[in-house]
Every structure is written in C-alpha cells, then in structure tokens.
Design a protein around this ligand. Structure first.
Ligand SMILES: Cc1ncc(COP(=O)(O)O)c(C=O)c1O
Length: 463
C-alpha cells in the first residue's frame, strides 16, 4: 500500500567506486544533490539499491503482472512519453483506448441493444471509485426526484472486499455495510445480502475473485435475491461487480458462468488490466451497461481533434503506455491466447494446491478452481508454529507468500495465499513445493512453540 512518507534527517550514501570505477563520494539521498551526480553514477547507485527488493517473479503475494513478452516491454518504453489525457495530441492512443473498451465490454457481454460506456483507469481502485460514485449519484438523483432525503447513503459488500471499497466509503461519506464472513461462509452470499439492504443502499458490490482466497461471489444469485427484494419492497438496487482479477479470467476459463452484463441487474464492472489482463502496472478498466448507468454530471470534456471528448477520471495526466500495452496483449494473444495463458495459470495453481495438501499439516481453504489463486491454513493440531512462521521461512528462499487472518468473526482463520500468474512454470512450482516441504519439515521438528512475535495489528490483510 502506498505510504505517507515523513521527512527524516538528511542522510547520504557512498557512491562512485562501483562498476564505473569513479571516485568514492558521499551523495545525499534525502535532499537534492547540489550538482547532480550524472546518469552513470546515478544509475549504478539506484540499480544496486533496488537489488534489495524482492524478486517480482517470486512474489506470489501480488495479483499484478510481473512478466510480459519482450515486445510488449519495448512498446511500453517507446510510448512512455505519451500522456493519455492529451487526446488531441495523441488521438491514436485515444483510439486504442476506445478499442480496448469495446473489446472488454464485448468480453463482458454488454447488451448489443444498449450503448455500453467505459474508460481506462490507473487500476481497479480508481475504477471502483468511479463506479461507486456513479452508484451514489444515481441513488441521490432518484431520492431527490422522489422528494426523499438523500443524506444517509450506504453500500453493501462482503467484509472480504479489498480496501478500495472502504476507502470509497470513507472519502465519499457513504456508510459501509460490510456483511461479515462467518463459519464456512468466507464471502458475500445471496441469503445475507438482502438483510443489509434498504432504501438508502446505493448499490451492492460483488467480488469476482475474493482477494482472500480467489473465490467468486455468486453474482447471479445475489442479483436474483435483489430481484425478489425489489418485488417485495419496491427498492431497486444495482449491482457493481468488482472483477479486478476475475474480469480477465472468467470469460476464458468459466465462459458459461453468468456474472457479467448477462445478469440484468449488473450496472457496472471493473477489472485491473495489470492483473490477469496481463499488463504491467498501472491500468484498470470500468464499464457501465449503458449511458443511464453513468450520470452525465460526472463526465468532463477534454479537447479532441477540434472538438471535445468525454472523460471520467480522478487523475488528469497518466501514462498512455499501459493502454497501448493492453491493446498489444489483446491483439497478440487473442481470445485463444488469453485462454491458454489463464488455463496454464489455473493448472499450475491446482497442481500447487494438491501438492500443498499432500505435505500433511495444511488444509486447503480454496483450490485455485476459480481464480488461479488458493489459500491454505494449518490444521488445528499444529501448535508449535503458525502460518506467519511458514511465510517467514519461505522468504529465506526468496518466495513471497503472504500470511494473514480473515476479517472480523473469522480472525481465528489464518492462511497463506498463493497467486499464480503468467510466468509461473511447473518447474518453479516444483521448486516452491520442495522448499515448502523442507521448511515445513524444519518447523514440524520443533519441540516447543515459537514465541509469538507479531502484534494482532500486523496480521491484518492490506492487499
Ligand atoms: C477484488 C479487488 N478489488 C480491487 C483491487 C484493487 O486493485 P488495483 O490494485 O488494481 O487498484 C484488488 C487488488 O488486489 C482486488 O483484488
């Protein structure tokens, strides 16, 4: 998560005597160098320091793309100087963005009878802010038109939602109604959702792929429950699908699953191009079923070829290169290419899940059958070590496998989660299983419990 950085006492670093063989000098790192150290020394200093970062390919915590074809990376470097908001200056980048929105809206079965509308964003978080704002505006307009108070909006989601939803609620002053996870119910269900809805509900957000375990929330059933709710109460509540990861998985791996605009109540959908859309960060997408779902007051115009182009965005300037890269991936892989890449990730995830279950002390919470993501817990009889110790041990080998607890009511459930993405091979999976087996063996050999060093607050999940 982006941190708010504090000013610290100024420090300096030893630089110069590196690969370039220059003189050894101290250089300030927290304040601007008075003269600049020149590109070679600066490159040496920074690239050396960045070696301390974990290896992106071994980062099994992230959903974000860590491997793209060489040509895509080249195209991104070639277009790094394009600002996507300058539609007038870069009309072809704007055209490519338009094509991407079209491709994605068709992938999500936007009805041919209506004009779907969509835009690129920096990622799913911005897309969620935009879509949730549209829900709030629509709700408020409907309330005002009916002469009813519009000062207490709420939004219903599962407690397992990604933090961007809580962020939206806090920043836009909407009451978050987080449906608790409970027992074996680890995400939002149709039975629970309506219990939390009322006339002040701006919308229900369903997640297609829970960040905690990769499971899909039952969008069609949730929508059907809201249909019944409307029949009983007259209250019409739209559904937004947060398909940050699933938006680029389900169309290829579960094509018959109806989670998208095939479900009439789904008003809008977001996904991260930089997750299973297979692009480096940061690009996301938001699509609305039709113009009615996106209030006109939220749209701003920018100059475009002597006229105006409507935009909906929280930022202004943003790189065009990610949009170009998204179109490159669509064009070069096509439907079948995406299907193959996602199927490979799913095969590796299920292979890994089976391997993990076979080690002994682990119970699978999910198996990688929806997103290529699974999580696993320690069996209750394991008392000498925790999933946090397993995560630490794997880090010694370079693997970044996060451990965390579920939200309130299931904080007793602590899991490790593995996200399989493009670039993870069966060979790497075998190495991971070998390391996990060895580290688990070491931990199993302990004669007494490892002292608990983590405060409960450090176990909260921030992804
Ligand atoms: C379900 C869900 N929604 C939203 C987000 C935020 O996505 P982004 O990182 O693209 O802003 C994530 C990130 O993991 C996610 O899993």
């Amino acid at each position: 998560m982006a941190v708010v950085h504090h000013k610290k006492a100024s420090r300096s670093a030893q630089a110069g005597a590196g690969r370039s063989g220059g003189a050894d000098v101290r250089t300030p790192i927290d304040s601007l160098h008075p003269a600049g150290m020149g590109p070679d020394e600066a490159y040496d200093l920074i690239s050396s320091e960045l070696l301390l970062d974990g290896s992106a390919r071994l980062n099994l915590a992230t959903f974000v793309t860590t491997s793209m074809p060489e040509r895509a990376a080249r195209l991104m470097a070639e277009t790094a100087d394009k600002n996507m908001i300058d539609k007038d200056e870069y009309p072809q980048t704007a055209e490519i963005e338009r094509r991407c929105v079209n491709i994605i809206s068709r992938l999500w079965h936007a009805p041919e009878s209506a004009t779907a509308i969509g835009c690129s964003t920096t990622g799913s978080s911005e897309a969620v802010m935009l879509a949730a704002m549209a829900l709030k505006w629509r709700w408020r307009q409907a309330r005002q038109a009916a002469g009813k108070p519009a000062d207490r909006p709420n939004l219903v989601t599962g407690a397992n939602v990604q933090i961007c939803w809580e962020k939206f609620c806090r920043y836009w002053e909407v009451e978050p109604r987080l449906v608790p996870v409970e027992g074996d119910r680890l995400h939002l269900t149709a039975e629970e959702v309506v219990k939390h809805c009322d006339e002040n509900t701006i919308g229900v957000a369903a997640v297609l792929g829970s960040t905690y375990d990769g499971s899909y929330e039952p969008v069609k059933e949730i929508a059907a429950a809201l249909d019944r709710f409307q029949a009983e109460t007259g209250i019409d509540i739209p559904v937004h699908v947060d398909a940050a990861s699933g938006g680029f998985v389900a169309p290829f791996l579960q094509p018959d699953l109806e989670w998208d605009f095939r479900v009439r109540r789904v008003a809008s959908i977001n996904a991260s191009g930089h997750k299973y859309g297979l692009v480096y960060p940061g690009v996301g997408w938001a699509v609305w079923r039709d113009e009615e779902a996106l209030p006109k007051e939220l749209i701003f115009d920018v100059d475009y070829l002597g006229g105006h182009m409507p935009t909906f965005t929280l930022n202004f300037s943003r790189p065009g290169s990610e949009i170009v890269a998204q179109y490159f991936m669509f064009t070069s892989l096509g439907f079948e290419g995406y299907r193959r890449v996602q199927q490979h990730s799913a095969d590796v995830a299920q292979y890994l899940a089976e391997g993990v279950a076979g080690i002994g002390p682990y119970d699978l919470v999910s198996e990688g059958r929806e997103l290529p993501v699974f999580s696993f817990a320690l069996k209750p009889e394991v008392t000498n070590y925790t999933v946090f110790d397993v995560s630490d041990r794997l880090r010694e080998r370079g693997w970044l496998v996060p451990a965390y607890t579920y939200p309130e009511h299931r904080q007793d459930l602590a899991v490790l989660r593995i996200v399989v993405r493009a670039g993870m091979t069966f060979d790497m999976a075998d190495h991971l299983l070998e390391d996990l087996r060895a580290k688990t063996g070491d931990l199993e050999a302990l004669e007494r419990p490892i002292p608990d060093q983590l405060a409960a607050t450090e176990r909260v999940f921030h992804h």
